[in-house]
Design a protein around this ligand. Structure first.
Ligand code: COI
Length: 356
């Protein structure tokens, strides 16, 4: 059945696949909801988006993003409140960040109508896919890629923007062990470290595979010149509690993703009167703090990961184990505080939550 709407066309699936979801066992990123949104950009403008049943795409093998990586994405989550109403967390911030990525990657900005209105309609349509169990949500993945059919290297003129959604459990099921990377490099000033470009993740696969073979879960990247300053974990931003202060790398050098969860955490901590320092942080400083008994907590933040506690940080042959998590003051509080806002259990004083 095709229904024409003022801004977009909606074609509903003939048969929902929702019964395939086991609500007691929802993993991250494995099942996709019934519908997706697709919008095309050509001749300098976005065309009317369409919502249609989730399906495979058909693309020419000469499609440029497959060769030259003009591809970017975002991650957003929708939650259900106690009455079953969908709540989307800070989608405007992701929309703005996607457009910062787009500019750096010579891609067109996505309009509010396409990104925000499209997302609202898509999530409204698939609202039954938002799971209800604690720590679950509907992960929303907007992404854009170049679709010119051309083998020469030049910025494309045609693009596809898609939103898919996926019922999700926690990205990390347990605290993580982090390896401080001082050989491979993720980002350097003037590069694309601040973007959610697909290539930032593609380049991390080999070094991550190597450290996984050594028994670690994730990499903490360091700067490309001296391997001295910590940057981000690649799937998350990073925070350290040292003494009575919370430290996180500053994002002024364009090497680190401006995480939406990162920003939420900084805001909540500062409102609580906690000192948060956004500044360059050296691995030496963290080692010294650990050996003085002052490194009290370390955690990653991200849309997929939410607040992910780090139980050990290894730099060369120094394995720094963090104190038992029951003693942690900030990460545990932040996890609950953020969840209370996201699931609508607490007043949203920042206007972070968008109700559909
Ligand atoms: C997110 O947190 O939404 C991300 O995009 C990270 C990704 C590695 C799952």
């Amino acid at each position: 059945m095709s229904v024409s709407m003022p801004e977009l066309i909606v074609t509903k699936t003939a048969e929902s696949r929702l019964s395939e979801v086991d609500p007691a066992n929802i993993q991250f990123g494995k099942i996709y909801s019934d519908h997706m949104l697709i919008a095309y950009y050509e001749n300098g403008a976005w065309k009317q988006p369409e919502i249609m049943p989730y399906a495979n795409l058909s693309l020419s093998p000469a499609t440029t993003f497959m060769h030259y990586g003009q591809a970017i994405f975002e991650g957003i989550k929708a939650y259900k409140d106690a009455d079953g109403n969908p709540l989307v967390f800070r989608p405007y911030d992701n929309w703005k960040r996607m457009n910062r990525s787009a500019e750096r990657m010579a891609m067109p900005a996505v309009t509010e109508e396409v990104f925000i209105d499209g997302l609202r309609k898509l999530v409204s349509l698939d609202r039954d896919w938002i799971p209800g169990a604690p720590e679950t949500s509907l992960y929303i993945r907007p992404f854009m890629f170049a679709i010119d059919e051309f083998i020469g290297v030049r910025p494309a003129e045609k693009f596809m923007f898609i939103i898919i959604t996926s019922p999700a459990g926690p990205y990390y099921n347990k605290p993580v062990s982090i390896y401080v990377q001082d050989e491979y490099v993720r980002a350097f000033p003037g590069g694309i470290g601040f973007t959610k470009a697909a290539g930032n993740y593609g380049m991390s696969m080999y070094p991550t595979m190597k450290i996984k073979e050594m028994g670690y879960d994730q990499i903490l990247w360091t700067d490309g010149f001296e391997h001295k300053y910590v940057q981000e974990i690649g799937t998350m931003n990073v925070f350290f509690v040292v003494g009575d202060k919370v430290l996180t790398p500053d994002i002024t050098q364009d090497t680190i993703l401006a995480g939406v969860t990162r920003d939420s955490v900084i805001t909540l901590l500062r409102e609580k009167g906690i000192t948060v320092e956004e500044r360059p942080i050296t691995i030496d400083e963290l080692q010294q703090a650990h050996h003085a008994g002052e490194l009290k907590e370390a955690f990653g933040t991200g849309t997929a990961a939410s607040i992910a506690p780090i139980y050990a940080l290894t730099y060369r042959d120094d394995k720094m184990e963090l104190p038992p998590m029951e003693t942690w003051e900030h990460a545990n509080w932040l996890k609950k505080e953020l969840a209370d806002i996201r699931y609508g259990r607490k007043e949203d004083t920042h206007n972070w939550v968008v109700r559909l």
